[in-house]
Design a protein around this ligand. Sequence first.
Ligand code: 6PG
Length: 248
Amino acid sequence: MDIKIFPGKTAAAQGLARDLATMLESAQPNGAPFNIALSGGSTPRLLYEILAGPEFAGVIPWQRLHIYFGDERCVPLDDPASNHLMVKKAMLDHVPIPAANIHPINGGNDPHAEADRYAGEISRNLPNGANGLPRFGLVLLGLGGDGHTASLFPTVAAAAPGRDDRICLRSVQPESGQERVSLTMPVINAAKMVAFLVTGAAKAQVVAEVLKKKGAYRTYPAALVAPTAGRLRWYLDSDAARLLKQTP
Ligand code: 6PG
């Protein structure tokens, strides 16, 4: 695992965007698709806007980039809470990516049925990794205040990564009761690279606990992220990393 700390949230998003561009340059030299699972919520919007912005015009090989989603809220695709809608507005509507390269979770479907459908789509399109699970080139994750990531909340089976042989699951946001569809922890850990983008002082405590607290994996699903045969990198701004130095 490595941790990159940037002076602010824009620098952190830019740093991740630049590393993604470099990764794409060397990935799949035979022109095979590069499959990425994007995170939702508010933090990554800035990253998506940067990737659609002037610095990366003509840099990202959109023709061979296939966009999946690490999780989705079970709301209609045009609902303001939809992760797909956020990514569409921030990036997909502004870049030359073929429509066939965009693989949304359909939040308007029955959650259990959609989890099965999406698992099938992923399974058909992605190569398998060493553990026999579909292998993303990159899974982008955020971190919730309760230590959840994707839509793997402390109450969900995230705590049993070894026993979960599913690719996707239906979960429920514990405060709101909102249903979600999410990649499972074993699929996240099958990825070639997993990158957390976490910014802001409000995340400092949970970042320190996830990264430093002994046995954090018992409480925080994000602490279970440990790629089986891949890399894990945290992109933090100084506000989110503030307590790391003080935590033994
Ligand atoms: C979602 C995300 C979720 C998010 C965290 C952090 O659908 O909301 O996938 O896991 O990354 O909740 O959200 P913020 O970036 O808004 O703090």
